[in-house]
Every structure is written in structure tokens, then in C-alpha cells.
Design a protein around this ligand. Structure first.
Ligand code: AMP
Ligand code: MG
Length: 479
């Protein structure tokens, strides 16, 4: 049995006031021997939580063994297209939303446990998570935040003291995740698949109020919602790609309508640049390859558009025509977002017509020379040649039309080109050590990634690509 404790986290729940069919109310399943691995005090403080009051109870609270007095735990319903195949019922099969808090900046944020036990949505799953994927989500999510890219975050990680059975026996763990919300494209698909137009409208109104409050006044709020969600996804995917990130499982249930990156599974950052790069062991056809991500985002958003059609116009032909017009804007929106992210990486503060080609030629040259994605851009900050001589001449000619001094430009470029990324081999080393009981490498990696743009002599080894024997070619969901 879960026990309650006389601590309040200041929950102010809105999702729980939606109708019963949106979720299943139930408590997490307690674990044998919870042990705190990590507690993100800075984030806790941002959330307005009482860190000193929580800390002595952190292992119990962030395992779900103990519930805050004001928690109202529930598992959310959702559906989704997985690798293109529609599954009408997925849902939180191993997660419990504890509640929502209003953070110090006035933003509403979910606090959710992941790996906290079975729910009515578990299907054949055990409701649990293994330590490795919990640490990967913790590391990559916090790094993403440090890069300034919208993301769910990690508030805590706890060892469960129980084994989980995957291909092997692994230590179990629970992640506490913070998100603007956990509402996904797949959440909309859940109601659309049931022809539950009232449900879809309630959900859309909730999402507008929560994430896009300005749209409530729009002439056509649901059409405007489609446009706004698409714009945030265009910006998000461009941001990912600007740092060599591959999400790995861009199923519609893993795309948050808030515009945050969600569900870090077999995700990875590239070392050597290859536009066709795939890491996920389950993505055999390269559906979610690096350069396919904008196309897939567009595909997912079209599925989102379909769920909104009955809300957009009672006349389905009119609704399709209006939604199609909005969706036509996605590719140009992405192209613009890509330029907005990439120009500063090259020290460009002005826009010229040839910039997209200049960026494309750089990437082609990097691909041809197997250049390390992160190091190439970091070296460009120092105007250092990196086997790209022909391209550098064009770049310098373009820079000559920019105003900034070289020193100012170099400093600005170092603020957008990270020195450190969560390189796969470092993540794997941190996980392997943790599974063997040593959390030192995990803690160290978190320190390095806390300020990824500031090169520090003592962290120099973390900027390096893997040695040939350290190269990670596959990442696993491990779910
Ligand atoms: P994911 O691949 O983590 O995005 O999960 C896809 C779906 O499978 C979601 O409905 C999850 O809740 C569910 N799921 C994943 N792993 C488990 C597990 N170990 N137990 C129960 N459900 C799971
Ligand atoms: Mg998921």
C-alpha cells in the first residue's frame, strides 16, 4: 500500500477535472527499497517546491511509496501511430501523473512518475523502468534544457531495489518527470478514434487554455491551434537538428502538443555527421533517421490535423480544405526555423539569399569527410580549418559582409555551438558504471553538461568523440 505523508507539494490540478474517460485514477505501486540517485534541487526550487521539507522524504516521494497529501495520481489515456501503425489504446502503462504545480514563473507544470507500476493501460508491460533508460532520459533531458531547447525535465531518479526483466536482469528505477503537460498528438487521436467529438473539443480547449491562451480569442481557435502546434514543432525539430540530435521514436504518442521534447528512448546525438543516421535498434527502415525528422513531424501533424477536423468545421470538406492550407505552411516554417537556428552557428547575424545553400554545402562537406558534428561547429568558432578548406573560403567571403569583429563573432558563436553534448559513449559508460553501483560517472557527466557552452580545461576529455572501440552504433528502448 502507498502511504500518505503530511507534505503538500502545492498541487493545483486541471487535467484531473476533465471527464473520467480521460484517465484512470490510481496510486503508484510501492517498490521494495527506494534509494535516491539524483534530486534536481535547482528545478525543485524553480517549481516552487519546499526543497528542505522534501529532501528527507525524497526516496519515498519520488518512488511513489509515499504520496504527498495533495497528490491525485492518475494514468492518462492516449492512442498513437507507432512506426506508422495506429494503436487505438496506449496510455500511461507505467507512469502516474501526481499532479500539476504552478512554478515560480507562473507556468503550470506536470509532475509525473515513470516506472511507477502497472495501470489499466499496461497491456503486457510490467509497469517498470530499468536504470539505464532512466539515467539516459535524465542526462539527455537536462542537457537539452541546458542547450535552451524545449524539453520535459528530470526532477529525480530513484532506484527501486527491485529487478526488472528485459533481455537481461537489470536494476529497476523510477524517473520523476516535469513537463508543461504530457498531452500528446496521440491523446487527441484517442478521442478521434472513438468518434468522441466532445472529448476532442474538451481536450483542445484544455490545451488552448494551458499552452496557447492567446488563441482562445481567435476567429477559428482549433485551426489556429493546429497552426500554433505546427509552428512549435517546426522550431523544435530545427533546434534538435542544429545540435545533431536524433529522437529515435517520433511516434505520434511521443510528440507533445506543448512543443517540448518528450519520451527520450533510443535517442542519440551524432558524433560523425551522416544525414541518414539511425541509432534505434527498432527503427529498421530508418523512418526516424536524422534528416527524416521534419518529414515525420509533418506526417504526425497531419494526423493531429485529422483529429481536429470535426472541430474546425461541421462541413468536412471545408474542414479538410482549411487544415490543408495550414499544413502547407509547415515545410516553409521548418525551413525558416532551420535558418534561424543555423545562421548564428556560423556567426551570421544578417540574412542573405544564399545562406541555406552555404549551410547545405557545409553539411555535405562534413558528411563527405565524416566530420564530428559538434567539434566542427566548435572549431568554426575559432575559425579553425577542419578539412573544409573550399567551404571555408565561401564562408569567409560571406562573413566579410557581416558587421561584427572576429572576437565578438567568436564569442557569440561559442554561445550557440556547445563544447559538450551527451555523447553516446559517455552515456553508456555512465549507465554501465551505475548498473555496477558506481554513480560517479553519471554525476560527473551531469556536471559537464550543466554548462555545455563553457569549455573548461578539466572537462576537455568530454569534448572528444569516441575512440573507435567506444563507438556506440545502436541504442535500445529498453522498455
Ligand atoms: P514508449 O515506447 O516508452 O513511448 O511507450 C509506448 C507505450 O508502451 C506507452 O503506452 C507506454 O506506457 C507503454 N509501455 C512502455 N513500457 C512499458 C512497461 N514496462 N510497462 C507497461 N507499459 C509500458
Ligand atoms: Mg512514449
Amino acid at each position: 500500500m502507498t502511504s500518505a505523508i503530511d507534505i503538500k507539494l502545492g498541487f493545483d490540478n486541471s487535467f484531473a477535472s476533465l471527464p473520467d474517460r480521460f484517465y484512470a485514477r490510481l496510486a503508484p505501486t510501492p517498490v521494495r527499497e527506494p534509494r535516491l540517485i539524483a534530486f534536481n534541487r535547482a528545478l525543485a526550487a524553480d517549481l516552487g517546491l519546499d526543497v528542505a521539507a522534501i529532501e528527507p522524504h525524497a526516496a519515498a516521494l519520488f518512488s511513489g511509496n509515499t504520496l504527498a497529501a495533495d497528490a491525485a495520481p492518475l494514468a492518462q489515456a492516449y492512442a498513437g501511430h507507432q512506426f506508422g501503425h495506429f494503436v487505438p489504446q496506449l496510455g500511461d502503462g507505467r507512469a502516474h501523473l501526481l499532479g500539476e504545480v504552478i512554478d515560480r514563473a507562473g507556468r503550470r507544470r506536470d509532475i509525473q512518475l515513470k516506472g511507477s507500476g502497472q495501470t489499466p493501460f499496461s497491456r503486457r508491460g510490467d509497469g517498470r523502468a530499468a536504470l539505464g533508460p532512466v539515467l539516459r532520459e535524465y542526462i539527455v533531458g537536462e542537457a537539452m534544457h541546458a542547450f535552451g531547447i524545449p524539453t520535459t525535465r528530470a526532477l529525480a531518479a530513484v532506484l527501486s531495489g527491485e529487478a526488472v526483466f528485459r533481455d537481461e536482469i537489470l536494476p529497476g528505477a523510477i524517473l520523476t518527470r516535469v513537463a508543461a503537460s504530457h498531452i500528446r498528438v496521440g491523446t487527441f487521436q484517442y478521442y478521434a478514434a472513438r468518434r468522441d467529438v466532445d472529448g476532442a473539443r474538451l481536450l483542445a480547449d484544455h490545451v488552448i487554455a494551458r499552452h496557447y491562451p492567446d488563441l482562445a480569442k481567435a476567429d477559428q481557435p482549433y485551426l489556429a491551434l493546429l497552426d500554433a502546434v505546427a509552428a512549435r514543432q517546426a522550431a523544435l525539430i530545427a533546434a534538435w537538428m542544429s545540435i545533431g540530435f536524433i529522437h529515435g521514436v517520433m511516434n505520434t504518442d511521443n510528440m507533445a502538443v506543448s512543443g517540448e521534447t518528450i519520451d527520450y528512448g533510443p535517442c542519440a546525438f551524432m558524433d560523425a555527421f551522416d544525414p541518414n543516421k539511425v541509432f534505434s535498434s527498432i527503427d529498421q527502415n530508418g523512418r526516424y533517421a536524422f534528416s527524416n525528422q521534419p518529414t515525420i513531424a509533418g506526417w504526425n501533424l497531419t494526423r493531429f490535423a485529422e483529429t481536429l477536423l470535426p472541430l474546425i468545421d461541421a462541413d468536412s470538406k471545408q474542414a479538410v480544405a482549411a487544415a490543408t492550407e495550414v499544413m502547407k505552411r509547415f515545410t516553409p516554417q521548418f525551413d525558416q526555423a532551420w535558418l534561424t537556428r543555423m545562421r548564428p552557428k556560423l556567426g551570421l547575424t544578417t540574412a542573405e539569399d544564399g545562406d541555406a545553400e552555404l549551410i547545405g554545402e557545409l553539411l555535405d562537406a562534413m558528411h563527405a569527410s565524416h566530420a564530428d558534428f559538434t567539434l566542427t561547429f566548435r572549431h568554426l568558432c575559432e575559425d579553425a580549418s577542419y578539412a573544409l578548406e573550399g567551404w571555408m573560403a565561401k564562408w569567409r567571403a560571406r562573413l566579410a559582409r557581416e558587421g561584427a569583429t572576429p572576437a565578438t563573432r567568436a564569442e557569440a558563436m561559442r554561445r550557440v555551438n556547445p563544447a559538450y553534448i551527451p555523447r553516446n559513449h559517455r552515456i553508456e559508460q555512465a549507465i554501465a558504471a551505475a548498473v555496477a553501483g558506481d554513480f560517479g560517472p553519471f554525476d560527473m557527466l551531469m556536471r559537464v553538461l550543466a554548462a555545455p557552452f563553457d569549455a573548461r580545461a578539466e572537462f576537455a576529455a568530454y569534448a572528444e568523440p569516441p575512440q573507435p572501440k567506444e563507438i556506440v552504433t545502436r541504442t535500445f528502448c529498453g522498455t
